[in-house]
Write a protein that binds this ligand. Structure first.
Ligand code: GLU
Length: 397
């Protein structure tokens, strides 16, 4: 007896694995600073929690419609109009168990075996694995550090074939923080319309942009691109609700209907009380979320400066999300305690062993010269982590 080829074909989520390692080490009494997981350190705002408590008290604890409650779909419609300038109707919205689940359902609904999905690299770890789970092929579109890891039409066009089904967009990007401009998006939208592929726009980090960057939803750039865009977002990062597992999709009715059918056989509804809380998160006061963004911005500036002061490390300043993706290849070829650092995996192991700092090796995101550091942790942790990292790098010979 053995597990399926499909199961053997994928790797576990590196981001979740690193977070689990840091948690395990802490449980053993080891003082490890976790920069691994992209999870806000803030608590879910009280008014959102209250809505869940109230839902519990009211006995709102049973199955809901598999694709989510109407009230939450309407809240998503309101949010997309208010923040993204997009018009959707209730039957164009599906609520799922987190953005990751939304994305998986999109792939399940659209992909045939052998279809090609264009994924900009560096990429979030789950995109290629989810594509493989649908027996389709991830095709990477490499962006360049010298261009700020920006995706644009000239990079994508040579990779489009007759088998291209979807281009994945993730702006702002996990892991690089690159956020695309209206012009860059317009070029990609035109290409999608000309060549007839879908756009899966993962906008999970749209509320976390800095330096005056304006987030633009690609679906807002015209009727033709609207008709071939499937927008995914999540409440996890914007409202510090990672554990609640609420994500949503907006797109053409027939795709949403297909995804709902899949979800009805797969998970049924997202948790009832989390849906009630999500309504309040999306339609209630947004100040808590704005304050979190300001704090992330402060941390971003600090961490970029500290990293750039370390020998062998260089770090671009990201326009969005809460990750930095420093290039650490200047340390490759050096030794610590007789061990050679050859790549991002070695560097990550060295940091964990020597500095008790947990990061994710860039190789997991498709770039072995880099590491990913999440700054969604307290300023005191960031200071301590940067001090430890600098001290460890000083020891390299
Ligand atoms: N998206 C976050 C990250 O990249 C959470 C973990 C995950 O789902 O990958 O760290």
């Amino acid at each position: 007896m053995t597990v399926s080829q499909r199961a053997r074909n994928i790797v576990p989520s590196a981001t979740l694995t690193i977070a689990a390692t840091a948690r395990r080490m802490r449980a053993q009494g080891i003082d490890v600073i976790g920069f691994g997981s992209g999870e806000p350190d803030f608590d879910t705002p009280d008014h959102i929690k209250e809505a869940a408590v109230q839902a519990l008290r009211e006995g709102f604890t049973k199955y809901t419609a598999s694709g989510g409650i109407d009230e939450l779909k309407d809240a998503v419609v309101t949010r997309l109009k208010r923040d993204n300038g997009l018009e959707y109707s209730r039957d164009q919205i599906l609520i799922s168990c987190g953005g990751k689940h939304s994305i998986y359902n999109v792939f399940q609904a659209l992909l045939e075996p052998g279809d090609e999905v264009l994924i900009p690299a560096p990429y979030w770890v789950s995109f290629p694995e989810q594509v493989k789970l649908c027996d389709a092929k991830p095709i990477f579109v490499h962006t360049h550090e010298q261009e700020g890891f920006r995706l644009h039409r000239a990079l994508v066009e040579p990779r489009v074939t007759a088998h291209t089904k979807i281009l994945v967009l993730n702006s702002p990007s996990n892991p690089t923080g690159a956020a695309l401009t209206r012009d860059e998006l317009a070029g990609l939208a035109a290409l999608a319309v000309e060549r007839g592929f879908w756009l899966l726009s993962d906008e999970t980090y749209d509320a976390l942009v800095y330096d005056g960057h304006e987030h633009v939803s690609i679906a807002s750039l015209g009727d033709q691109v609207y008709a071939r865009t499937i927008l995914v977002n999540s409440l996890s990062k914007t409202y510090a609700m990672t554990g609640w597992r609420v994500g949503y999709t907006a797109g053409p009715k027939d795709v949403i209907k297909a995804m709902d059918n899949i979800q009805s056989q797969e998970t049924s509804n997202p948790t009832s009380i989390a849906q009630r809380a999500a309504v309040v998160a999306l339609t209630g006061p947004q100040e808590a979320s704005h304050r979190m963004r300001e704090e992330f911005d402060r941390r971003r500036r600090f961490i970029v400066e500290r990293l750039n002061a370390m020998p062998g490390v260089s770090c671009l300043s990201p326009q969005g999300a809460f990750y930095v993706f420093p290039n650490v290849s200047g340390t490759f070829g050096k030794h610590h305690a007789g061990t050679l650092i050859r790549n991002s995996t070695d560097f990550t192991a060295f940091l964990l062993d020597t500095a008790r700092v947990a990061v994710v090796p860039g190789v997991e995101f498709g770039s072995d010269a880099h590491i990913r550091i999440s700054y969604a942790t307290s300023m005191s942790n960031i200071k301590k982590g940067m001090d430890r990292m600098a001290a460890a790098i000083q020891q390299l010979r």
